[in-house]
Design a binder for this molecule. Sequence first.
Ligand SMILES: [Zn+2]
Ligand SMILES: [Zn+2]
Length: 289
Amino acid sequence: MAKITVHPLTKNPTKAWQKLQVKQSISKVTPLDPDTPVQIDKVRFVCISDTHARVERLQDFIPEGDVLLHAGDITNVGLPFEIEKFNEFLGKLPHKHKIVIAGNHDLTFDDDMVKTKRHDLEMRFNIRKEKFEDYLNERGIASVKSLLTNCTYLEDSMAEVYGIRIYGAPWQPEFCDWGFNLPRGQACLDKWNKIPEDVDILITHGPPIGHGDKCFDGSHVGCVELLSTIQQRIFPKYHVFGHVHEGYGVTTDGVTTYINASTCTLQYKPRNPPIIFDIPLPEGVSKTC
Ligand SMILES: [Zn+2]
Ligand SMILES: [Zn+2]
């Protein structure tokens, strides 16, 4: 197994990318037209992300397909009613499989935040501890993750659909004290080291350095160790993420296709179309079984 080391400039991602990009081949990809018919021998994936509780008018906006992928930030602050609304929205979509991860805005999905950083939840986001606990108790659930009944929720875990392996992880380098934050460098790498090597599609909330990670001010905020892990150890066919809304779009390094699927724009308007791609069905697998 390739051993990934922490990049010396990891704490300064813009500078790290200035050095790294010299040796990187990177090109833009025009995504498939959403009206392209779904084929019997291919699995159609439909990618969305960063819907931030703005799902009311999204339903008609989402093309048909076999598997819906959502790369996190389903809510604004993780309030139960936002999660219920999202789950209802998922229930109305026709895709046979729906796979979702959390993002930094989905605060109540972050067990550490709920258990040890309650003060943050209460003071900064006005999620009252007692109210939140009452809510969970009334429903007989230990976590808001149980509210997502219409999808498969991944958190450092894997799902397999039609023989295609999909891994999801919500972590991203520290960003204003939100959920699933980790210091840049080893702490992030420790999470990426959990990703198995035979992953076809990797879903993370945050981007890797250099792909869909450029902010409106020109800085790069992606994770250096995530790119190293992808390019030196995992080699997934697709990497789907969001988080940097203005980084919406598709790029490739020739091996992996990188999809920033942020549905919301920088102004939190849910206007970016879902991004679709097809993977041929593995031999011996059919969509009907
Ligand atoms: Zn977001
Ligand atoms: Zn985010």
